[in-house]
Design a binder for this molecule. Structure first.
Ligand SMILES: Nc1ncnc2c1ncn2[C@@H]1O[C@H](COP(=O)(O)OP(=O)(O)OP(=O)(O)O)[C@@H](O)[C@H]1O
Length: 740
């Protein structure tokens, strides 16, 4: 029976017994937790020394991790304000004031920040708004592009490779990005399916989720949906804990959190930090930013870094704060919240003439003094049960003891002996097909819970079909009927594309969930693209059949059953390419409104150049490329061929009066006049005429001669695939998730 050591005696979040998974890596993880010593709050012992003590006491049974960072400096160049005077180069060089404004300025967001922390601890970054808290967390979590950040971040003295960091760490964003229609339990279960390896049986994944629900203290909300503005769901504090749960399901070694308590009441904030404390105690390093911790929250923190405009103004334990400020000359009054006092003082200094320079300098001296008084022992002490472990080996040993569940599979193959293990932590916990399956399942479940969305979509297609059916009711084969048929096809085919615009918000709403999940390798981007296509396809079939059924017979289209089948296929292909095109756009545009504007404009151009309004040979040469790019062109030509491919069918009848002038080429009014005149002058009634315009003549007149209908269908389908591939590349390039 395993029980996680509670941070406090009054801990109400009793942890479930998980004896059934005791034999697994997970069971070991939780077993190890009970062995981890709770560090005394306010212990000023440096990281290296506390490690020594752990080993010497024989107390530390988990593999130790030390994260250290040195001289982190991050500059950004701030673009100068737009000043029309800068446009004149001569003035710019002559006038020093203008020259000053024209030059790009460099802003230092982090200035030589150093520190270290170890597993079992929570390190909190504090400071006023804009002091650089999030930036420091980003720097530590490798969310700043390589060339831009100076300084080093090391784990156990070794620089972390980006690929490795992705596997062993998690980053919890400030916003709770969750699927609103899934319950807490389902949300965590999907996270388990993404992050835990296939080799772990489903029953054990379920146990992990249940243990996590208890660990997070959200048992009462387990069956409740997450909710959003339109649907009542769990509370803000519970959401926060679910967000954290998603990212710790695989039990990362490093956990970064950007203001996990922001927007929460003090009780919820305390609960969240208590959860984090437990995670740390299970052998993780927790680093988070926080605005103003309450007294109780402060009691759970081990190390603090106070920032002021990118500089460190205090680095140490909460317990040392009073001594630090007393020695600085601003003692903290009794009964005053230590961090509140410190933050107020920093703010006051920031507003004063000298700024925080004095405090920054004092902190440097203080750090020096601390270093001198605690001579640093080597990182891995000789008495360590894991002597000379490389970082990879330390991680492997940690995994074999239950941490980092997603890596367990490979390490199990490699053997758990820490000296010989060669770590091959896979970048992703699961093969691609599992990811696609899980993503599709989640997406379908979410859609099933919102049937109104599909209902609205099918209703809009059926209503459009119905309106078209009544307007173009039973068209005949007269020349007028031919004209109307052309109009119907052009309108119907472009409508297909317009109704696809509703695919736009799908990805835009999910984008940040996708970015959060892929940033730390929950699944591959390609899996997301494939599952997106797979999930959307069945609904496209429904829509195609509904539209074809409402219009085919009502309009009186030709071709019998095979004609109907092809009509259905080309509508489906149009929906496919249209939704792919819109999906691609959703990966490029930043907002739904802008997306709709672009979709409407581009589809209008597609229609303009489709060949309906203007024949291909009348389109200017410099626009002809747009004709071939037009998504409407191919389905339009395909349905025309489907309709007018019968060369024996006659659409215009008449008599040929003159040898060289077929009546069919004359305007309709002229034809009727001529026929009337001829029949009058002959004194006979013309009862039988020859066929002057067949279906193939119409196709020729419309310029539909280059491609067969099957080729048009093929190109339409291919366009769909092309845009899905483009969508993949936009995801690849657009979701790097790193600051420059
Ligand atoms: N790309 C950038 N260009 C210029 N300034 C930037 C850029 N990114 C961030 N900053 C500035 O850097 C400072 C630190 O930002 P950061 O988000 O780290 O602050 P913070 O302490 O987390 O603030 P908050 O508590 O409000 O979230 C802010 O003044 C911000 O405006």
């Amino acid at each position: 029976m395993a029980r996680i050591v509670a941070a406090n005696d009054d801990d109400s979040m009793e942890l479930n017994t998980i004896s059934s998974i005791h034999d697994s890596t997970l069971g070991q993880l939780l077993k190890n937790v009970s062995d981890v010593r709770k560090m005394a709050i306010g212990d000023e012992t440096p990281v290296h020394e506390s490690l020594n003590q752990d080993y010497n006491d024989g107390y530390m049974r988990t593999v130790p991790f030390v994260l250290s960072f040195d001289n982190l400096t991050y500059n950004v160049s701030v673009r100068p304000k737009l000043d029309f005077r800068n446009l004149f180069p001569r003035r710019r060089t002559e006038d020093p004031e203008i020259a000053q404004t024209a030059r790009p300025k460099t802003k230092t967001l982090l200035n030589n920040i150093s520190g270290e922390t170890r597993d079992g601890e929570i390190m909190a970054v504090l400071g006023a708004s804009g002091s650089g808290k999030s930036t420091l967390i980003d720097a530590l979590a490798n969310r700043i592009a390589k060339g831009s950040l100076k300084g080093t971040v090391k784990l156990n003295g070794e620089t972390l490779q980006s690929r490795m960091l992705k596997v062993i760490s998690a980053y919890v964003m400030q916003d709770d990005l969750l699927f609103p229609m899934l319950t807490v339990e389902e949300t965590l279960m999907f996270a388990a399916e993404f992050r835990l390896p296939r080799s772990l049986p489903k029953s054990k994944k379920k146990l992990r989720v249940q243990a996590l629900i208890d660990q997070l203290g959200i048992r009462n909300a387990a069956k409740t949906i997450i909710g959003d503005e339109g649907h009542r769901g769990i509370s803000g504090g519970e959401r926060r804990r679910v967000s954290i749960g998603i990212d710790i399901i695989h039990d990362p070694i490093l956990l970064f959190l950007d203001e996990p308590t922001s927007g929460l009441d003090s009780t919820s904030a305390f609960m969240v930090v208590k959860v984090l404390k437990r995670i740390a105690q299970s052998g993780s390093i927790v680093i988070m930013s926080i605005h103003q911790p309450s007294h109780r929250v402060l009691g759970l923190l081990d190390r603090l870094i106070f920032l002021s405009r990118g500089h460190t103004v205090y680095s140490g334990s909460p317990a040392s704060l009073p001594r630090f400020f007393t020695e600085f000359g601003s003692p903290i009054p009794e009964n005053e919240n230590r961090t509140e006092f410190a933050l107020d003082l920093i703010r006051e200094l920031e507003g004063s003439a000298g700024g925080t320079r004095g405090l920054i300098e004092f902190n440097k001296k203080w750090q020096e003094m601390k270093k001198q008084s605690n001579r640093q022992p080597p990182l891995t002490p000789p008495s360590s049960p894991y002597p000379n472990l490389t970082l990879k080996e330390a991680i492997a040993a940690s995994i074999s003891r239950g941490k980092l569940v997603s890596g367990g599979e490979s390490v199990a193959h490699g053997g758990a002996t820490t000296n010989t293990t060669t770590l091959a932590v896979p970048a992703f916990a699961n093969p691609m097909w599992i990811e696609i399956k899980t993503l599709s399942k989640r997406s379908m479940l979410n859609s099933r819970r919102q049937p109104e969305l599909f209902g609205i979509r099918i209703a809009s297609v059926v209503i459009t079909g119905f309106i078209l059916a009544t307007v173009f009711w039973r068209l005949d084969n007269s020349p007028k009927g031919v004209q109307e048929r052309l109009g119907f096809f052009a309108f119907a085919m472009s409508t297909m594309f317009y109704t696809c615009a509703d695919a736009l918000p799908v990805f835009l709403q999910e984008r940040y969930i996708f970015m959060r999940e892929t940033a730390y390798n929950a699944y591959r981007r390609s899996s997301y693209v494939l599952s997106h296509a797979i999930v959307s396809f069945p609904s496209l079939i429904f829509l195609s059949v509904a539209f074809a059924a409402t219009t085919y017979w009502a309009v009186g289209l030709d071709g019998g059953l095979t004609g109907l089948l092809f009509y259905c296929l080309i509508i489906l292909a149009s929906f496919w390419s249209g939704s792919s095109f819109v999906t691609f756009l959703s990966g490029v545009v930043p907002s739904v409104m802008l997306g709709y504007t672009i979709v409407v404009a581009i589809l209008a151009y597609f229609l303009l150049f489709s060949g309906f309004f203007i024949n291909r040979n009348r389109i200017p040469d410099y626009w002809i490329w747009f004709h071939y790019m037009s998504l409407v062109k191919y389905p339009y030509e395909a349905v025309l061929q489907n309709e007018f491919s019968d060369a024996t069918k006659c659409f215009v009848r008449g008599v040929q009066i003159f040898d060289n002038t077929p009546l069919g080429e004359l305007p309709e009014v002229m034809k009727l006049k001529l026929l009337g005149t001829v029949s009058k002058s002959l004194g006979v009634t013309i009862s039988s005429t020859t066929c002057l315009t067949t279906g193939s003549d119409i196709l020729r007149q419309q310029g539909v001669v280059q491609l067969s209908k099957w080729n048009c269908l093929f190109i339409t389908v291919a366009f769909g695939f092309f845009f899905r591939i483009l969508f993949y590349f936009t995801l690849l390039l657009g979701s790097k998730n790193k600051r420059r």
